[in-house]
Design a protein around this ligand. Structure first.
Ligand code: FES
Length: 172
């Protein structure tokens, strides 16, 4: 990873924007990476502007690496004011563009963000993102979805789900 990219990621995660669950969200999407096992959830609230439905606000939670946190932080800012169609036209590369090109081993981190965004907006993941999130993406969460942590609490039948929980960003 280049020094420039590392600095940009460190700066983005020093004060991540739009971190946390959103009460009364209109849409929620969750994606998991088959590459690393990390997960990311995104909440979206819409508003009407000039007769169009646009994204008013988006927030996220993740058990993911620093790159995923940085991309999600940037993505939630980039999609603000966009229509769902405009936001869905953005792939992982577009969502991480302010960071510059990601090294090959970090591209899936941006595609994790894309996967959660596209699931929230009801679109199918792009082919590349679909490869990243296959097998691990849970069914769509309802708008009043619990936190990402709640998703891994014991199920009603008492069966304990196992998940790797990262309480602070992983160093890369
Ligand atoms: Fe898992 Fe980046 S999202 S390593």
């Amino acid at each position: 990873m280049s020094d420039d990219l590392r600095q940009k990621i460190e700066s983005a995660i020093a004060e991540p924007k739009n971190l946390g669950e959103m009460q009364n969200a209109d849409a929620v999407g969750t994606a998991g990476s088959a590459d690393c096992g990390d997960m990311l959830r995104m909440w979206i609230k819409f508003r009407e502007e000039g007769g169009k439905k646009v994204i008013d606000r988006a927030t996220f939670q993740t058990f993911g690496c620093e790159t995923a946190i940085a991309v999600a932080s940037l993505a939630t800012q980039l999609i603000q004011g966009k229509t769902p169609e405009e936001a869905m036209a953005m792939d992982g590369e577009a969502l991480s563009a302010p960071l510059g090109p990601l090294p090959p081993m970090r591209i899936h981190c941006a595609q994790l963000v894309e996967g959660a965004l596209r699931q929230a907006l009801g679109g199918a993941p792009t082919t590349k993102a679909a490869e990243v999130v296959k097998n691990l993406t849970p069914p769509p969460a309802p708008p009043n979805a619990p936190t990402l942590m709640d998703s891994f609490s014991p199920s009603k039948d008492g069966a304990q789900k196992t998940v790797r929980v990262i309480l602070k960003p992983k160093t890369e």
